[in-house]
Design a protein around this ligand. Structure first.
Ligand code: COA
Length: 329
């Protein structure tokens, strides 16, 4: 019997039904379908329109689907981690709201803010609760209602983001499957390139911050783009090297879906053929902490037990990294 590892034993993605297309956006800002598709790969995104619903509702929908799919009862869940930068409120936590909505009476729960690396860092964290031997059923959900942070008067950013949630169940595995290794980093030297300028303790909300649109995503696209390419490919290659793997040994790359050009270069630098790179950015845009599990849920039917899969992400912080897992389902 191999050592105790944390394996993903179920994955489920949920996105709201309402769609914003490139055509819709071209009526709101000076842009067009051709520019958006060539520069980003995004064709449409989902939007949670009902104002009475929030991030915890999306997270709860993803978890309910996951519980049904895996035949798990809510009372069996011991821990729920919600990776998000758009919690319902600053407090209480989105995870507490989510746990109650799904009836996870025996779980404790907490939020996890690592922006676009939320799922990646969250998976490394969630896995530790399993490999410590303390818990046997842990749920990690990436959920973001990005449309609440999106400035629909700013063409640089409003084309990029959408709303979604997706969840995975982690359980113990003794067959050598599950999370194997990770390479994770942060460096906040250039944090101003990608941030929400106001609303936190450093710059609380005021009339001035609202007037200046400082409660919306601020991104300096080009420097972020350049670093994202270097960091995602660099960490993915570092994890291959550390585990004596080459692109030929990898069945799938599930990258954070921020820009198709970044995804393509990551796959290229890893030496992967196109069919090994999981992409669904065209349908959802960047859903921040939800992109990787949402993409995993979509491609999972074609994964086989034992497949070598690399996850890679880059986001605000800056934060970046890659994780190597062996598919266990
Ligand atoms: N429609 C049409 N033109 C647009 C536009 C839009 N939606 N957005 C920007 N432009 C224009 C710019 O104004 C600029 O015009 P100018 O040359 O006359 O000044 C030109 O297009 C090029 O803009 P630029 O910002 O250099 O484009 P880009 O090729 O860098 O693409 C992003 C912009 C945002 C798509 C790209 O930089 C990106 O994906 N960045 C990284 C995103 C990311 O990974 N984030 C981390 C995780 S969230």
């Amino acid at each position: 019997m191999s050592k105790l590892q944390a394996a993903i034993t179920g994955v489920y993605g949920w996105a709201p039904e309402d769609v914003i297309t490139n055509e819709d956006l071209s009526k709101m800002v000076d842009t067009n379908d051709e520019w958006i598709v060539t520069r980003t790969g995004v064709k449409e995104r989902r939007i949670l329109k009902d104002p009475t619903l929030s991030t915890s509702d999306m997270a709860a929908n993803a978890i309910k689907g996951l519980l049904e799919k895996t035949g798990t009862k809510p009372e069996e869940i011991e821990l729920i981690i919600v990776a998000t930068i758009t919690p319902d409120m600053i407090f209480p936590s989105c995870a507490a709201m989510t746990a109650t909505k799904v009836g996870a009476k025996n779980a404790f729960a907490f939020d996890f803010n690592s922006a676009c690396c939320g799922f990646l860092f969250g998976l490394e964290t969630a896995a530790q609760f399993i490999t410590s031997g303390k818990y046997k059923k842990v749920i990690l959900v990436g959920a973001d209602k990005m449309t609440t942070l999106t400035d629909y008067t700013n063409r640089n950013t409003c084309i990029l983001f959408g709303d979604a949630a997706a969840a995975v169940l982690l359980e113990p595995n003794y067959e050598g499957l599950g999370v194997i290794d990770s390479v994770l980093h942060v460096d906040s030297t250039n944090w101003e390139h990608l941030c929400l300028k106001a609303g936190g303790a450093m710059k609380p909300a005021s009339h001035e911050t609202v007037d200046a649109h400082e409660h919306y995503i601020h991104q300096e696209g080009q420097p972020v783009f350049k670093l994202a390419v270097r960091a995602m490919a660099g960490s993915a290659n570092a994890i291959l090297k550390r585990n004596n793997l080459t692109g030929d040994d990898i069945q799938y790359l599930i990258p954070h879906q921020a820009n198709k050009r970044i995804i393509d270069s990551t796959g290229h630098f890893m030496g992967l053929t196109e069919d090994k790179v999981c992409i669904n950015i065209q349908k959802y845009g960047n859903t921040t902490a939800a992109t990787i599990p949402l993409c995993m849920a979509e491609f999972a039917p074609q994964f086989k037990k034992g497949d070598n899969i690399i996850l890679a992400a880059f986001g605000a912080g800056y934060s970046w990294g890659a994780l190597y897992l062996k598919w266990a389902i």
